[in-house]
Design a protein around this ligand. Structure first.
Ligand code: SF4
Ligand code: SF4
Length: 255
């Protein structure tokens, strides 16, 4: 599979992402930067939907559009990430992560020596799993991290005291301390967009549909169809956190 490592392409992508996000911001987004406070969330509800996020590893080409779109949309501080893409390479010695796509940093080409001895490689996007049984929610001493209607695990910026317990408790390493806002930050599944009928930014820009978001209880929704097929996996199922991010085509070595 060809790897999109060309700098020019990435720059073009940045422009695309900026364009897409700016377009959205000119419309509903500008109106929806509502705080993720308990009160605001309770008022919005989820219209009876139960959301899930699908990551189809077999479709991901490692372009990193999603990573950059997220960083732009959510003003993710430099050197922090809300979503990223890991490249796994398997050789006779086993599988390992050889490179990670982070905001503004495209994946380098697979080194020739590694390519030669690789049995397979795969791009695996990662993000908050919006766990149903979320350890981060359980340990928060002030109830600032909470589960909103629809399954979003959110952080109430008005209540977070920045103690970092949730950062320690998350089995997936998806949280970080935001020096600017002084809260334990993470992916929100673009709650501010979804609550206004838009998709998460990473889903919007993915050129291969490797990322999908929808109502898992609606059989007419592509995500609902996947959820009800039972043909999906989650990361670290042994943690019993009951992830709402459903992976398709996940190599056994990655789980
Ligand atoms: Fe919390 Fe981590 Fe689960 Fe996200 S992945 S809901 S931060 S425990
Ligand atoms: Fe590109 Fe989509 Fe894979 Fe992200 S999930 S790296 S946008 S193909």
């Amino acid at each position: 599979m060809e790897q999109p490592t060309c700098k020019g392409r990435r720059t073009f992508l940045h422009e695309l992402v900026l364009g897409a996000v700016a377009f959205a911001a000119a419309g509903p987004i500008a109106l929806l930067s509502s705080p993720r406070s308990h009160a605001a969330v309770a008022a919005q509800g989820a219209n009876g939907k139960e959301y899930a996020f699908v990551v189809d590893v077999s479709k991901c080409i490692g372009c990193g559009y999603c990573v950059d779109a997220c960083a732009i949309e959510n003003k993710v501080p430099k050197d922090s990430v809300r979503t990223w893409v890991e490249r796994y390479v398997a050789t006779e010695e086993g599988a390992h992560i050889d490179a990670i796509d982070t905001p503004g940093k495209a994946l380098p080409p697979l080194p020739a020596a590694l390519l030669e001895k690789s049995k397979w490689s795969a791009f695996v996007p990662k993000l908050c799993n919006h766990c149903e049984n979320a350890p981060c929610v359980q340990v928060c001493p002030v109830g600032a991290t909470f589960t909103a209607p629809g399954g979003f695990v959110l952080v109430d910026p008005e209540h977070c005291i920045g103690c970092g317990y949730c950062i320690q408790a998350c089995p997936y390493g998806v949280r970080f301390f935001n020096e600017k806002t002084h809260i334990a930050d993470k992916c929100t599944w673009c709650y501010h967009r979804v609550s206004k009928g838009l998709e998460p930014a990473c889903v919007t820009v993915c050129p291969t549909n490797a990322r999908q978001f929808g109502d898992r209880n609606n059989p007419a929704d592509p995500v609902g169809k996947i959820y009800q097929s039972d043909n999906w996996q989650t990361l670290k199922p042994d943690m019993h956190s009951h992830s709402r991010v459903l992976y398709l085509g996940l190599p056994r070595e990655v789980i």
